[in-house]
Design a protein around this ligand. Sequence first.
Ligand code: SAM
Length: 221
Amino acid sequence: MTNPAAADPDRFILDNTILGPTALVPEIRLHLADAVLALWEMTEVELQEKGVPPPYWAFAWPGGQAIARLLLDQPELVRGRHVLDLGAGGGIGAIAAAMAGAASVRANDIDRFALAAIQLNAAANGVSVDSLGGDLLDRPPPACDIILAGDLCYERPMAGRVLTWMRAASATGKLVMLGDPGRSYAPADGLETIAEYTVPVSLDLEDREQRETTVWKVLPA
Ligand SMILES: C[S@@+](CC[C@H](N)C(=O)[O-])C[C@H]1O[C@@H](n2cnc3c(N)ncnc32)[C@H](O)[C@@H]1O
């Protein structure tokens, strides 16, 4: 029997999140997990039983918030350009790019709940973002001018693949921006600082109340 959550991601998201502002970018409202809701407490096993992968889309990660802050404060970075948000989660980077006047915005994620959350979040902010499913990392980057990558260096295999791919994209002339709060597998070199932020974060999630977060330009290999 199909699990109701798996069958209707929109319903699951609306039932298990609260629409509210993000800490560093209050102009953007997202459907987010909240400590008063069951989703916050659900273990991976409970979610798996419901057919729901770990809900990264239900949090505004500091890397994505930093990218979004940068784009809203310096819209000229993306205005009139074609933007891809890789591993977009709830889509905060993509939504900021659309709000900043990008010509087109695509938000990619491997999780179909994230793709649903991106559409709900884009609508909540009055912008249009295309969702792009699947893993793009084993092929050349799709046509675009700018690639955003918020908080993707939290697991070693994933970070390695993302970095290789982003450096290859940078070598083709695209502007590749990585927002990272000092995750374990972030690269130590081959980066240029664009902006730095102190991002308020949840003590439960991050074991601290703020994270120093940098938006880097990823340089070619
Ligand atoms: C920590 S979240 C960051 C989300 C968002 N960028 C932000 O900063 O709020 C990482 C996201 O990467 C996605 N992801 C993991 N592996 C991926 C892959 N190979 N391709 C695309 N997305 C991936 C996950 O599903 C998740 O939504």
